[in-house]
Design a protein. Structure first.
Length: 248
Protein backbone atom coordinates (compact mmCIF):
# COMPACT_ATOMS: atom_id res chain seq x y z
CA UNK A 1 0.00 0.00 0.00
CA UNK A 2 1.13 3.64 -0.39
CA UNK A 3 2.95 4.97 2.67
CA UNK A 4 0.20 7.29 3.94
CA UNK A 5 -2.32 4.45 3.89
CA UNK A 6 0.15 2.14 5.62
CA UNK A 7 0.18 4.48 8.64
CA UNK A 8 -3.55 5.10 8.97
CA UNK A 9 -4.82 1.66 7.98
CA UNK A 10 -2.36 -0.09 10.29
CA UNK A 11 -3.59 1.96 13.25
CA UNK A 12 -7.20 1.12 12.33
CA UNK A 13 -6.38 -2.57 11.97
CA UNK A 14 -4.84 -2.55 15.45
CA UNK A 15 -8.01 -0.96 16.89
CA UNK A 16 -10.42 -3.32 15.12
CA UNK A 17 -8.56 -6.52 15.98
CA UNK A 18 -9.81 -6.26 19.57
CA UNK A 19 -13.49 -6.15 18.52
CA UNK A 20 -15.57 -9.30 18.08
CA UNK A 21 -17.94 -8.89 15.12
CA UNK A 22 -21.06 -11.10 15.27
CA UNK A 23 -21.91 -12.71 11.95
CA UNK A 24 -23.16 -12.10 9.35
CA UNK A 25 -21.04 -8.97 8.82
CA UNK A 26 -21.62 -6.23 6.23
CA UNK A 27 -18.67 -4.04 5.16
CA UNK A 28 -20.04 -0.72 3.90
CA UNK A 29 -17.60 0.93 1.50
CA UNK A 30 -15.33 -2.09 1.23
CA UNK A 31 -13.15 -0.52 -1.48
CA UNK A 32 -10.64 -2.87 -3.04
CA UNK A 33 -10.88 -5.32 -0.14
CA UNK A 34 -7.26 -5.02 0.97
CA UNK A 35 -8.11 -3.76 4.46
CA UNK A 36 -10.63 -6.55 5.11
CA UNK A 37 -8.14 -9.14 3.91
CA UNK A 38 -5.79 -8.03 6.69
CA UNK A 39 -8.33 -7.57 9.50
CA UNK A 40 -10.59 -10.54 8.66
CA UNK A 41 -8.43 -13.36 7.25
CA UNK A 42 -11.33 -15.70 8.04
CA UNK A 43 -13.49 -13.79 5.53
CA UNK A 44 -16.46 -11.42 5.48
CA UNK A 45 -19.99 -12.29 4.42
CA UNK A 46 -20.83 -9.18 2.35
CA UNK A 47 -19.09 -6.07 1.08
CA UNK A 48 -20.71 -3.21 -0.82
CA UNK A 49 -19.04 -0.37 -2.70
CA UNK A 50 -20.28 2.08 -5.36
CA UNK A 51 -17.00 1.90 -7.30
CA UNK A 52 -17.16 -0.82 -9.94
CA UNK A 53 -13.40 -1.22 -10.36
CA UNK A 54 -12.88 -1.40 -6.60
CA UNK A 55 -15.70 -3.95 -6.26
CA UNK A 56 -14.09 -6.08 -8.96
CA UNK A 57 -10.71 -5.94 -7.22
CA UNK A 58 -12.30 -6.84 -3.89
CA UNK A 59 -14.04 -9.79 -5.53
CA UNK A 60 -10.72 -11.00 -6.87
CA UNK A 61 -9.18 -11.10 -3.39
CA UNK A 62 -11.60 -13.86 -2.40
CA UNK A 63 -12.15 -12.47 1.09
CA UNK A 64 -15.88 -11.71 0.70
CA UNK A 65 -18.59 -14.32 0.25
CA UNK A 66 -20.53 -11.72 -1.76
CA UNK A 67 -19.57 -8.35 -3.28
CA UNK A 68 -22.32 -5.94 -4.32
CA UNK A 69 -21.70 -2.88 -6.48
CA UNK A 70 -24.19 -0.61 -4.71
CA UNK A 71 -24.65 2.70 -2.93
CA UNK A 72 -24.96 3.02 0.83
CA UNK A 73 -27.94 5.30 0.18
CA UNK A 74 -29.98 2.26 -0.77
CA UNK A 75 -28.49 -0.92 0.67
CA UNK A 76 -29.95 -3.85 -1.34
CA UNK A 77 -30.75 -6.13 1.61
CA UNK A 78 -33.82 -6.78 3.72
CA UNK A 79 -34.26 -5.15 7.10
CA UNK A 80 -32.50 -6.78 10.05
CA UNK A 81 -30.26 -8.95 7.84
CA UNK A 82 -26.92 -8.39 9.55
CA UNK A 83 -25.65 -8.91 13.08
CA UNK A 84 -22.89 -6.32 12.57
CA UNK A 85 -21.83 -3.60 10.16
CA UNK A 86 -18.40 -2.08 9.64
CA UNK A 87 -17.61 1.16 7.83
CA UNK A 88 -13.91 2.03 7.84
CA UNK A 89 -13.00 5.60 6.82
CA UNK A 90 -16.06 5.92 4.57
CA UNK A 91 -18.74 8.08 6.21
CA UNK A 92 -16.85 11.37 5.86
CA UNK A 93 -16.92 10.89 2.08
CA UNK A 94 -20.73 10.63 1.81
CA UNK A 95 -22.63 13.92 1.36
CA UNK A 96 -26.05 12.49 2.30
CA UNK A 97 -24.84 10.90 5.49
CA UNK A 98 -28.17 10.72 7.34
CA UNK A 99 -29.68 8.52 4.62
CA UNK A 100 -26.68 6.18 4.78
CA UNK A 101 -26.91 5.88 8.57
CA UNK A 102 -30.64 5.18 8.35
CA UNK A 103 -29.91 2.38 5.87
CA UNK A 104 -27.21 0.93 8.10
CA UNK A 105 -29.61 0.94 11.05
CA UNK A 106 -32.33 -0.65 8.91
CA UNK A 107 -30.26 -3.66 7.83
CA UNK A 108 -28.88 -4.21 11.35
CA UNK A 109 -30.68 -6.53 13.73
CA UNK A 110 -31.90 -5.02 17.03
CA UNK A 111 -28.91 -4.87 19.34
CA UNK A 112 -26.62 -5.33 16.35
CA UNK A 113 -23.10 -3.92 16.34
CA UNK A 114 -22.05 -0.93 14.22
CA UNK A 115 -18.37 0.00 14.16
CA UNK A 116 -16.98 2.87 12.15
CA UNK A 117 -13.89 5.02 11.83
CA UNK A 118 -14.19 8.63 10.66
CA UNK A 119 -12.24 11.86 10.51
CA UNK A 120 -12.98 14.39 13.25
CA UNK A 121 -13.08 18.12 13.79
CA UNK A 122 -9.32 18.23 14.46
CA UNK A 123 -8.41 16.49 11.21
CA UNK A 124 -7.16 19.44 9.16
CA UNK A 125 -5.19 21.05 12.01
CA UNK A 126 -3.44 17.78 12.86
CA UNK A 127 -2.78 16.58 9.31
CA UNK A 128 -1.63 20.01 8.15
CA UNK A 129 -0.50 21.87 11.30
CA UNK A 130 -0.91 25.65 10.96
CA UNK A 131 2.10 26.69 13.07
CA UNK A 132 4.88 25.97 10.52
CA UNK A 133 2.99 27.87 7.83
CA UNK A 134 2.27 30.81 10.14
CA UNK A 135 5.94 31.12 11.12
CA UNK A 136 6.86 31.94 7.52
CA UNK A 137 3.82 34.13 6.85
CA UNK A 138 1.95 31.58 4.72
CA UNK A 139 -1.19 31.20 6.83
CA UNK A 140 -3.52 32.15 3.99
CA UNK A 141 -1.74 29.83 1.56
CA UNK A 142 -2.18 27.00 4.06
CA UNK A 143 -5.92 27.71 4.28
CA UNK A 144 -6.18 27.46 0.50
CA UNK A 145 -4.13 24.27 0.51
CA UNK A 146 -6.32 22.72 3.24
CA UNK A 147 -9.44 23.48 1.18
CA UNK A 148 -7.85 21.94 -1.91
CA UNK A 149 -6.62 18.87 0.00
CA UNK A 150 -10.02 18.12 1.55
CA UNK A 151 -11.83 18.74 -1.71
CA UNK A 152 -9.43 16.38 -3.50
CA UNK A 153 -9.98 13.76 -0.77
CA UNK A 154 -13.78 14.29 -0.95
CA UNK A 155 -14.09 15.04 2.77
CA UNK A 156 -17.58 16.36 3.52
CA UNK A 157 -17.87 15.95 7.30
CA UNK A 158 -15.54 17.16 10.05
CA UNK A 159 -17.67 16.50 13.11
CA UNK A 160 -16.63 16.45 16.75
CA UNK A 161 -17.22 13.27 18.81
CA UNK A 162 -20.38 14.87 20.24
CA UNK A 163 -21.67 15.76 16.76
CA UNK A 164 -20.97 12.28 15.40
CA UNK A 165 -22.69 10.78 18.45
CA UNK A 166 -25.78 12.89 17.80
CA UNK A 167 -25.85 11.84 14.12
CA UNK A 168 -25.76 8.19 15.10
CA UNK A 169 -28.42 8.67 17.77
CA UNK A 170 -30.83 10.19 15.23
CA UNK A 171 -30.47 7.03 13.14
CA UNK A 172 -31.09 4.74 16.11
CA UNK A 173 -27.43 3.86 16.65
CA UNK A 174 -26.36 4.42 20.24
CA UNK A 175 -22.66 4.99 20.92
CA UNK A 176 -21.27 2.65 23.58
CA UNK A 177 -17.72 3.95 23.37
CA UNK A 178 -15.41 5.96 21.17
CA UNK A 179 -11.73 6.85 21.01
CA UNK A 180 -9.41 9.16 19.15
CA UNK A 181 -6.65 7.78 16.98
CA UNK A 182 -3.97 9.17 14.67
CA UNK A 183 -2.01 11.36 17.06
CA UNK A 184 -0.61 14.73 15.93
CA UNK A 185 2.69 13.02 15.09
CA UNK A 186 1.05 10.15 13.19
CA UNK A 187 -1.26 12.53 11.34
CA UNK A 188 1.55 14.82 10.19
CA UNK A 189 3.55 11.77 9.07
CA UNK A 190 0.58 10.44 7.11
CA UNK A 191 0.21 13.81 5.37
CA UNK A 192 3.90 14.00 4.44
CA UNK A 193 3.81 10.48 3.06
CA UNK A 194 1.08 11.40 0.59
CA UNK A 195 3.90 12.98 -1.40
CA UNK A 196 6.52 10.32 -0.71
CA UNK A 197 3.94 7.90 -2.15
CA UNK A 198 3.70 9.62 -5.55
CA UNK A 199 6.05 7.06 -7.21
CA UNK A 200 3.71 4.34 -5.93
CA UNK A 201 0.78 6.11 -7.61
CA UNK A 202 2.70 5.93 -10.88
CA UNK A 203 3.31 2.23 -10.26
CA UNK A 204 -0.40 1.70 -9.65
CA UNK A 205 -1.31 3.33 -12.96
CA UNK A 206 1.34 1.49 -14.95
CA UNK A 207 1.19 -1.99 -13.38
CA UNK A 208 -2.10 -2.12 -11.45
CA UNK A 209 -0.15 -2.63 -8.20
CA UNK A 210 0.86 -0.04 -5.62
CA UNK A 211 4.09 -1.91 -4.83
CA UNK A 212 5.36 -4.07 -7.70
CA UNK A 213 8.12 -5.63 -5.55
CA UNK A 214 6.81 -5.66 -1.96
CA UNK A 215 9.69 -7.88 -0.83
CA UNK A 216 12.01 -4.90 -1.43
CA UNK A 217 9.80 -2.52 0.52
CA UNK A 218 8.57 -4.57 3.46
CA UNK A 219 11.97 -4.67 5.15
CA UNK A 220 12.77 -3.98 8.83
CA UNK A 221 13.90 -0.43 7.99
CA UNK A 222 10.57 0.37 6.37
CA UNK A 223 8.62 -1.27 9.17
CA UNK A 224 10.47 0.73 11.82
CA UNK A 225 9.42 3.96 10.10
CA UNK A 226 5.76 3.27 10.84
CA UNK A 227 5.37 0.76 13.66
CA UNK A 228 5.90 3.45 16.30
CA UNK A 229 2.68 5.12 15.18
CA UNK A 230 0.75 1.85 15.37
CA UNK A 231 2.10 1.15 18.85
CA UNK A 232 1.19 4.58 20.23
CA UNK A 233 -1.18 4.63 23.21
CA UNK A 234 -4.60 6.18 22.66
CA UNK A 235 -3.96 9.91 22.11
CA UNK A 236 -5.79 12.63 24.04
CA UNK A 237 -6.61 14.25 20.71
CA UNK A 238 -6.51 12.69 17.26
CA UNK A 239 -7.35 13.44 13.68
CA UNK A 240 -9.70 10.45 13.51
CA UNK A 241 -12.28 8.78 15.74
CA UNK A 242 -13.39 5.16 16.13
CA UNK A 243 -16.94 4.46 17.33
CA UNK A 244 -18.64 1.32 18.60
CA UNK A 245 -22.44 1.57 18.50
CA UNK A 246 -25.51 -0.61 19.00
CA UNK A 247 -28.78 -0.46 17.13
CA UNK A 248 -31.65 0.33 19.50
Amino acid sequence: MPWHRVITRSIEARILQDISFPRPLLDVGCGDGHFASVVFPEGVEVGIDPGLSDAREALGRGIYRLIVNASSLEVPFASETFASVLSNCVLEHIPDLDTTLAEIARVLRPGGLFVCTVIGDRFSDLFIPPAPWARVGLGRLREAYVRWFNRKARHFHFDSPAEWTERFKRAGLMVERWRYYSSPEASAAAHRNHYWSLPLLLSRRLTGRWVPLPEWVERPFSMRRFIRFVDEPEPKIGACIAFLCRRT
